[in-house]
Design a binder for this molecule. Structure first.
Ligand SMILES: C[S@@+](CC[C@H](N)C(=O)[O-])C[C@H]1O[C@@H](n2cnc3c(N)ncnc32)[C@H](O)[C@@H]1O
Length: 224
């Protein structure tokens, strides 16, 4: 074996074991989401699934889900999740029995993530769609989603400019963070107050901070 082949061989073993483990956990818990994760490990070995479903990402999305339910209830029509990546939040909303969501569209500018999100959400395929689009180029006034979720505010250059695209009264859930040292974060905020100022929502149902080990995540739920 050459040095060049060693990491690949190690990767294969990692994938086999991760697949066995996630499939076992899916069988034990009966969770379609975990079954979807097992599928991703098998079908998309290059996808950064371990990052998208690490405990911090999961904690931030459970926080979003719980506060959304506590402040807005669980019944929604058409939901758009922008910068939706692999579609973890839609799967978590679909799987949660407190929620009855008609349809969730996960929208991302990166064309490589759509088929991963579709695979993760296969169990709910009648109600799930993965779209490839720039969130700045969507027709929010014409299509009028009932709820717009953007947990990737730290990844977009101009949050106020994006928010001006949404009609007044649109319900939103926004997350950002103060993780300035991560190179893909181009628009972090230093505090919850700074995030509230940046978003300038007309009404705020929830504003909070969730401290993690290396950064704090901020969330706003309210209306444009
Ligand atoms: C790393 S991920 C998500 C991280 C975040 N903490 C989360 O899980 O919600 C950020 C995503 O935003 C997407 N993205 C960045 N700019 C975008 C834009 N203008 N329109 C749509 N998606 C965008 C990227 O392609 C990427 O998949």
């Amino acid at each position: 074996m050459t040095d060049a082949t060693k990491p690949e061989a190690a990767d294969d073993i990692w994938h086999e074991r991760a697949f066995d483990l996630t499939r076992g956990i899916a069988a034990y818990t009966g969770s379609p989401l975990i079954g979807g994760l097992a599928r991703l490990v098998a079908e998309f070995p290059g996808a950064d699934v371990a990052n998208a479903f690490n405990h911090k990402q999961v904690a931030c999305k459970m926080w979003a889900r719980d506060e959304l339910f506590a402040n807005c209830g669980g019944r929604f029509g058409r939901v758009w999740v922008l910068g939706g990546w692999y579609g973890v939040l839609p799967a978590m909303l679909f799987e949660d029995p407190r929620f009855a969501v008609e349809r969730i569209e996960s929208i991302d500018i990166d064309p490589s993530v759509a088929e991963v999100a579709l695979s993760l959400n296969r169990h709910w395929r009648e109600r799930f769609q993965a779209r490839i689009a720039d969130m700045y180029a969507l027709d929010y006034r014409g299509e009028r989603p009932a709820l717009v979720v953007n947990t990737s505010c730290e990844h977009i250059a101009d949050l106020p400019a994006f928010l001006t695209l949404l009609p007044a009264g649109t319900q939103v859930l926004l997350q950002s963070n103060d993780y300035f040292s991560e190179p893909t974060h181009i628009n972090c905020v230093p505090s919850l107050e700074a995030f509230e100022k940046q978003a300038a929502l007309s009404s705020v149902a929830f504003a909070g901070a969730l401290p993690m080990k290396k950064y704090t995540r901020f969330m706003l739920i309210g209306r444009i």
